[in-house]
Design a protein around this ligand. Structure first.
Ligand SMILES: *Cc1c(COP(=O)(O)O)cnc(C)c1O
Length: 706
C-alpha cells in the first residue's frame, strides 16, 4: 500500500513545535498555552495544562491534520517566532550589566516550582527558585539550576469527608514532561556516583530548558542501585533524617559531580537554603586532590560560594547527629583525610562543642563568601541568630545581608489581566518590570480609567468564583454530595479575600476566626458583606497544620458561613494563579518575624489585588500607608499567645474600619474611587520592585560579580 505523504511544511512545523514544547518557556506564555489548549481542550484539562502530554498523546497524523487549519497554523508561526526571539541572546540585560559573568551561575535548590505539571516543589522556596530561574533567563544570565528529579513529586491533596487531609503520590511519566535524559556524545546516559554509608549510589540527570536557563534534575532510580537507594529521589522532602541527609548528599555532592561530568566550571555556586551545603565539601575535596592544604582549600571554596538563608526559626534548620554524619560521610572523610570529629566542626557554631549536631546552615555560612536573608527584617533576624559564629563582631556587623524576594510576574498573571495590559500598554507590557517610571505611568488614570480598572476586578473575581465552583463540584461528587448548592457559593459582587499558602501553623490560617461571633458577623453583614477563599497543603508529618485545615473545612460547612468561606483542595501553582488574580484582598497573618519574606502577596498586584498583612517579611518594607493595608504595627509582643490575641484584634479592626468601608464606598457610577486609588498606588510602587527581574539583578550586582 502506498504510504500517504504529507506536505513538508506541516511536518517541519511539528518538529519545531516539539522543540518548543521541550522548553518550559510556555509556562509563562499565554499565547503558547492557548495554542496547545486549542489542539485538545480536553487533554489540556486532563493533563495539567501540559503541552508535552498533548504532543505525545495525539498522533502525528492528527496533529498534522490540525495544522492544516490556516488559523491554527498562523498561531503556531507567531508563537514559534516569539519563542525564537526569547531564546536569542544578543543584547540582554546581562550583556550590558554583567559582562564579567562568563561562566554560569550554578544555583542549587532542593525544589523548583515552574508549572503545575512538574511537581518538583512543595511551597514558597521552590516557587522562588523557579521564578529566579525564569528571570535569569530573561536577563540573559548564564544560569544552571541543580535539583533532584522527584518522580512522585509532592503529594496531591484530597480532603476526607471530615476535612482531614489525605495525601496521594502520583508517579510522573518522564516522556510526557519537557525533560530529556542527559547523554554523552555516544548517546549513553551520563552517570555519576556518590558514596553514602559505604555504598555507591549512582544517579543520572534530566535536563530541563527554562527559556535560556538550564536545570539538571538528578535521579537515583536506576536498576544498578541497591533497592533502598532507588527511591531516594522519589519524594520532595520525603522520609526520615537518613533519607534527608542522603538526598542532600545527592543534591550537593552529586550535583557538583554532575556539573564536572558535563564540563561545567561555574563562576559561582549559589546555595538556595542550606539543603545543598554539602557541595562545599565536594569542592573542598577537589582542592585537596589538587594538593592544596586544608586551609588554602577552604579559602578557595569560600571564594566561589554564596548562600541564601530562608529560615528565621532555629529549629527550622537541618541538623544531623554525629552518628548520622559518620554513617553518611565515612567514605568522604577517608577521601578528605580528616576524622568525623574534624568534619563535625564545619557544621558547629562552637567547633569544639561535641554536644552540637551538624547544622547545614552553619556549614553554608562558614564556606561562603557572602550570605543573605530574604527581606530587611529577615536579614536582621539572621544576624542575631548566627552572631555566635562571629565572636567579637557586633550584631550589626555580622556578615549576613539581605535581598528581598520577588516573583516572576509573567507567571502569575491571568489571561484576562494579560489582555487588559496588552490593550493598554502594548505587546511589550511585560518588558518593563525594572522601570518604576513605566508603572507609575501605567497606573495613572490617563492610561487606565476607573471604570476599566473596576471592570477588570469584576471579571477576575467572577473568573475565580467559576474556578472555585468547578473545583467544589468535583470535591462534592467525590464525597457523594449533591452539587446544587454550589451554584450559590460565593458572589461576584462581594469583597473577596484570598488566603493560600502552606499550612504551617506559624502562618495562622484560622486567625480571622479567633473570635467566632465577630467573624460570623463580618461575613453576614448586609451592607458590607465579605467572602473568603482558602487553599493550602500541610506537610504530611504536620498534624497541627492538618488540624487547621480540618477546622477551616468545618467552618465552611457551618450554616452561617456556608457559601461565604470555602476551601479549595490540592493547592498548587494552578490554584495559586487563580486565587492571586481573583482576590480583592490577599490576607497574610504570620506570627512575626517568622515569614522570612513571603511572596504570594506579591502575585496579586499586577491583577489589581491589594495586600492586607502583618508587618513581616516583604510587606514590612513595601507598605507605605496607601498601597494596601497593614495588620498592626512594626512591633509585636514576644509571647505567641499575646501576639495571636492582639493580631486578631488588629485584623478585625482593619477589615471593619478600613477595608470594608473603602471597598463599598461607591460614587454615583458605582465606582469605589478610594479603593481604586489604592490599587493604582500598589501597581506603581510594588510591581517594579517586588519582582524577580529586580531581585536577580540585585544578586548579580551584589553577590555574583566580585
Ligand atoms: C507563591 C506560592 C507559595 C508561597 O506563598 P507564601 O505566601 O510566600 O508562603 C507557595 N505555594 C505556591 C503554590 C505558590 O504559588
Amino acid at each position: 500500500m502506498a504510504k500517504k505523504t504529507t506536505p513538508a511544511p506541516a511536518r517541519i512545523m511539528l518538529q519545531e513545535l516539539r522543540a518548543l514544547a521541550h522548553n518550559i518557556w510556555w509556562a509563562w506564555n499565554l499565547d503558547a498555552q492557548a495554542f496547545f489548549r486549542e489542539l485538545s481542550p480536553q487533554l489540556w484539562e486532563q493533563r495539567t495544562h501540559n503541552p508535552m502530554a498533548i504532543l505525545s498523546e495525539l498522533s502525528d497524523q492528527e496533529l498534522i491534520a490540525r495544522l492544516g487549519n490556516p488559523a491554527l497554523a498562523a498561531k503556531a508561526v507567531d508563537m514559534l517566532a516569539h519563542f525564537k526571539k526569547a531564546m536569542g541572546g544578543e543584547k540582554t540585560w546581562a550583556s550590558v550589566n554583567a559582562k564579567q559573568l562568563k561562566n554560569p551561575v550554578a544555583y542549587f535548590s532542593a525544589e523548583f516550582g515552574f508549572h503545575e505539571s512538574l511537581r518538583t516543589y512543595s511551597g514558597g522556596l521552590g516557587i522562588l527558585a523557579g521564578d529566579h530561574t525564569k528571570s535569569a533567563a530573561f536577563l540573559g544570565i548564564p544560569f544552571i539550576g541543580i535539583t533532584l528529579f522527584y518522580r512522585q513529586g509532592y503529594f496531591e491533596q484530597f480532603l476526607a469527608v471530615d476535612g482531614w487531609q489525605q495525601e496521594q503520590y502520583v508517579a510522573v511519566d518522564p516522556s510526557k514532561l519537557p525533560i530529556a535524559l542527559v547523554r554523552d556524545k555516544n548517546g549513553v546516559p551520563i552517570r555519576c556516583a556518590v558514596e553514602i554509608g559505604f555504598s555507591t549510589v549512582y544517579f543520572v540527570a534530566w535536563k530541563l530548558a527554562v527559556g535560556r536557563s538550564t536545570i539538571y534534575l538528578l535521579d537515583t532510580n536506576l536498576p544498578e542501585n541497591e533497592e533502598r537507594f532507588r527511591d531516594l529521589t522519589a519524594h520532595v522532602y520525603g522520609g526520615d533524617t537518613t533519607t534527608r541527609i542522603s538526598q542532600e548528599i545527592i543534591l550537593g555532592i552529586g550535583g557538583t559531580r554532575m556539573l564536572r561530568a558535563l564540563g561545567v566550571d561555574p563562576s559561582v555556586f549559589h546555595m538556595n537554603e542550606g539543603h545543598s551545603a554539602f557541595l562545599t565539601l565536594e569542592l573542598l575535596r577537589e582542592q585537596l586532590l589538587k594538593g592544596k592544604d586544608l586551609k588554602k582549600a577552604a579559602a578557595l571554596v569560600k571564594g566561589r560560594c554564596v548562600f541564601t538563608t530562608h529560615t528565621p526559626v532555629p529549629a527550622g534548620h537541618d541538623r544531623f547527629t554525629k552518628d548520622l554524619m559518620a554513617y553518611a560521610f565515612g567514605a568522604l572523610c577517608r577521601d578528605l583525610g580528616i576524622s568525623i570529629d574534624e568534619l563535625m566542626e564545619y557544621g558547629r557554631v562552637t567547633a569544639k562543642n561535641v554536644q552540637e549536631p551538624f547544622c547545614m546552615t552553619v556549614l553554608a555560612l562558614k564556606m561562603s563568601r557572602s550570605a543573605n536573608g530574604v527581606s530587611a527584617l529577615h536579614g536582621q533576624v539572621s544576624r542575631e541568630m548566627w552572631k555566635d559564629l562571629y565572636p567579637g563582631t557586633p550584631v550589626s556587623k555580622v556578615p549576613i545581608g539581605h535581598i528581598t524576594n520577588g516573583i516572576h510576574i509573567a507567571s502569575w498573571k491571568n489571561e484576562i489581566t494579560d489582555q487588559f495590559w496588552y490593550s493598554k500598554l502594548g505587546s511589550d507590557w511585560g518588558g518593563h518590570f525594572l522601570s518604576p517610571g513605566f508603572w507609575k505611568e501605567a497606573s495613572s488614570p490617563s492610561v487606565v480609567t476607573d471604570e476599566e480598572l473596576w471592570a477588570l476586578r469584576y471579571e477576575l473575581r467572577r473568573s475565580l468564583i467559576e474556578f472555585v465552583r468547578r473545583r467544589l463540584r468535583r470535591q462534592y461528587m467525590r464525597h457523594g454530595n449533591g452539587v446544587a448548592a454550589i451554584e450559590n457559593v460565593l458572589n461576584p459582587d462581594v469583597l473577596t479575600i484570598g488566603f493560600s499558602r502552606r499550612f504551617a501553623t506559624y502562618k495562622r490560617a484560622p486567625l480571622l476566626f479567633n473570635n467566632f461571633d465577630r467573624a460570623v458577623s463580618l461575613f453576614n453583614s448586609k451592607d458590607f458583606p465579605l467572602q473568603l477563599v482558602f487553599a493550602g497543603k500541610a506537610h504530611p508529618r504536620d498534624d497541627a497544620g492538618k488540624q487547621y485545615i480540618k477546622r477551616i473545612v468545618e467552618l465552611t460547612k457551618h450554616p452561617m458561613l456556608f457559601g461565604k468561606v470555602v476551601f479549595v483542595e490540592n493547592y498548587d501553582i494552578n490554584v495559586a494563579r487563580h486565587l492571586v488574580s481573583g482576590a480583592d484582598v490577599w490576607l497574610n497573618t504570620p506570627r512575626r518575624p517568622l515569614e522570612a519574606s513571603g511572596t504570594s502577596g506579591q502575585k496579586v498586584t499586577i491583577n489589581g489585588g491589594l495586600n492586607c498583612s502583618i508587618m513581616d517579611g516583604w510587606w514590612r518594607e513595601a507598605y507605605d500607608g496607601h498601597n494596601g493595608f497593614s495588620i498592626g504595627t512594626d512591633e509585636s509582643p514576644e509571647s505567641p499567645e499575646e501576639q495571636d490575641a492582639q493580631d486578631a484584634e488588629f485584623l478585625y479592626d482593619v477589615i471593619k474600619n478600613s477595608i470594608l468601608p473603602e471597598f463599598y464606598d461607591r460614587n454615583k457610577n458605582g465606582i469605589p474611587v478610594r479603593w481604586l486609588k489604592r490599587i493604582r498606588r500598589a501597581i506603581a510602587t510594588l510591581v517594579p520592585q517586588y519582582n524577580t527581574h529586580r531581585m536577580v539583578a540585585e544578586y548579580v550586582k551584589k553577590y555574583y560579580i566580585v
